[in-house]
Design a protein around this ligand. Structure first.
Ligand SMILES: Cc1cc2nc3c(=O)[nH]c(=O)nc-3n(C[C@H](O)[C@H](O)[C@H](O)COP(=O)(O)OP(=O)(O)OC[C@H]3O[C@@H](n4cnc5c(N)ncnc54)[C@H](O)[C@@H]3O)c2cc1C
Length: 526
């Protein structure tokens, strides 16, 4: 294969979600930036965020209560300093989003503040229920107007380049090998620093609210380059996503159950009262576990959410989008029940960073869902993730403005380009196996036996090479599946280490919290 094209820049940013874009806008004030993103520029978890961004704007609200609410959700594992920075800097970063053109919903001359589960005050800024789409729109427009930023769509990061830096006498990240997916060729991007803002891992699971970009690539890339990862066992599942939930599953908000909707088995019997005195109004994690238990017991693919007890006018007025979505699937509300499943939604762990976005590899930074900053601990408080992305990518940009002086340009080592001869199993087949095994054995309710079985299956998978079909989208799919296999193995390793139940990690073998041994992060370093 011919030599790859070379591109030189100061900073390479991987990902065009809220973290990558907001970081790039800041970094372009002191450096040239190249953003690469593996699909169209809007395609990201950010684009599907609905609820909003949590920040203290209401005069009745306070930093102390936002901190306290976040700590309660995090079940003992949040890092207090990270949470304090998040909450203190949050409102300023949200105002910057507005300066970049994000139009949050307003009422009575002020931003409208919603309330969500776990928040003791109204503090959710939102753009109707399409907040992420509005953020993407505005940030992409701001990026397009910035001459020091180049954005390359359909450019997939294959591997990170590392070199021995004589100044630091240690390995340093110096760019990446990138596949131009439609051009079918490789590019070597040489950079003084790399920001990984490549998002989460929801697509590792059979059912997910995430789009199919959320395959954990950045975690695999960072870990392979030598960066430590932490807390990957804490995967948040949304209890009620519309079935089928292959990817980008539509959420059915908790407010529907708040109005009186009831969860039922497919034979029509109500089951939540058998799990919690509050029935269908039980907390999110209890509902997710109960649905999971019912699906495992009955072998059904979904349970039903029955809205028939709610006044049809209320349904129409309160949930117009859900009514529309259901109608498009042939479900007429409120008479027909909605088929729902729990679905993987958010990864609380990721590449371990300090409070300024630095990973354990020099020159390699991370922000957004990919990063484990210490904010979420064992469970994420709703709407804290978009906030975390803007606060910590800002902090990383400030840090990097200083660090960049010492990160001089070093030509990368010329390693050979990957072998792209088609061989092995079709990626789609391996991907399906990974998603099924993660759902069945590393999902909402875990056990030592199931985790061990998952580990063995993932190890077996590694004996089969994944076939690479040429240099186009097929090659990307194959590489992405390799990333999924690696990250699935890391999630299992983290989950096996935590021999207790805490926050989002629930295991039947160790159903209680164990503060004596496990009041700490699960860290995996290479
Ligand atoms: C349905 C849904 C609703 C949500 N609602 C809310 C909410 O109301 N409030 C809230 O705070 N959070 C919400 N979240 C979570 C929140 O949207 C995400 O945590 C956040 O948007 C992550 O932003 P990010 O920039 O880190 O990653 P993303 O927005 O996921 O961006 C990742 C980017 O990396 C790119 N990428 C990945 N791998 C590669 C590679 N190998 N090469 C090149 N590019 C790559 C992707 O293409 C993408 O552009 C929701 C999530 C979902 C799915």
């Amino acid at each position: 294969m011919s030599e790859a094209e070379r591109i030189r820049t100061d900073i390479l940013v991987v990902g065009s979600g809220i973290a990558g874009l907001s970081f790039s806008l800041k970094a372009s004030r002191f450096a040239h930036v190249v953003i690469v993103t593996k699909k169209e520029r809007v395609e990201s978890n950010t684009n599907y965020a609905q609820g909003g961004v949590a920040a203290v704007f209401d005069p009745h609200d306070s930093h102390e209560t936002h901190v306290a609410d976040t700590l309660v959700a995090g079940a003992g594992l949040c890092h207090l300093r990270a949470v304090e920075e998040l909450v203190r800097e949050g409102p300023e970063r949200v105002r910057e989003l507005m300066d970049w053109g994000v139009r949050f919903s307003r009422e009575g001359g002020r931003v409208s503040l919603g309330r969500e589960a776990g928040h003791s005050e109204r503090r959710i800024l939102h753009a109707e229920d399409l907040t992420g789409q509005e953020i993407e729109r505005a940030l992409l427009a701001a990026v397009a107007a910035e001459p020091r930023i180049t954005l390359l769509e359909d450019h997939f990061v294959w591997s990170l380049s590392t070199v021995m830096d004589p100044m630091w006498n240690r390995v340093r990240c110096s760019g990446a090998l990138v596949l131009d997916v439609h051009g079918g060729s490789f590019k070597r991007i040489e950079a003084r620093a790399v920001m990984l803002a490549a998002g989460g891992t929801g697509y590792l699971y059979r059912h997910t609210t995430n789009p199919d970009i959320a395959t954990g690539d950045g975690i695999a890339l960072g870990y392979t380059a030598g960066a430590a990862v932490a807390n990957l066992e804490f995967v948040q599942f949304h209890p009620t996503a519309m079935y089928p939930a292959e990817a980008r599953a539509r959420l059915v908000s908790e407010a529907v159950r708040g109005e009186g909707a009831v969860l039922r088995r497919r034979d029509g019997t109500e089951f939540m009262t058998g799990y919690h005195p509050a029935g269908s109004l039980a907390p999110r994690d209890v509902v997710a576990r109960a649905c999971d238990a019912e699906l495992k017991r009955t072998g059904d693919e979904f349970v039903l959410l029955d809205l028939s007890a709610i006044d049809p006018l209320v349904v129409k007025r309160r949930f117009p989008n859900i009514v529309r979505e259901c109608a498009a699937r042939g479900v007429t509300l409120p008479l027909d029940p909605i088929p729902v499943v729990p679905a993987a939604h958010y990864q609380c762990g990721g590449l371990l960073t300090d409070w300024d976005g630095r990973t354990s590899v020099t020159g390699l930074y991370a922000a957004g869902e990919i990063a484990c900053t210490g904010v979420h601990g064992a469970n994420r408080l709703a709407s804290n993730s978009l906030l975390e992305a803007v606060v910590f990518s800002h902090r990383a940009s400030v840090r990097l403005a200083a660090d960049l002086q010492d990160l001089t340009s070093i030509p990368g080592v010329i390693s050979s380009l990957p072998d792209l001869v088609a061989h092995g199993r079709p990626p789609a087949e391996v991907e399906r196996e990974i998603r099924d095994l993660m759902w069945d054995k590393v999902g909402i309710v875990r056990s030592d036996d199931r985790l061990e079985a998952a580990r063995a299956e993932i190890d077996t998978l590694s004996w089969h090479a994944i076939g690479r079909d040429g240099t186009g989208p097929g090659a990307m799919h194959a590489r992405q599946t390799e990333f999924m296999r690696l990250v699935a193995g890391l999630v299992v390793r983290c989950a096996k280490r935590r021999r207790e139940s805490r926050g989002l990690h629930f295991t039947e073998t160790h159903p209680r919290r164990d503060n004596e041994h496990y009041l700490r992060d699960t860290v995996l370093a290479r």
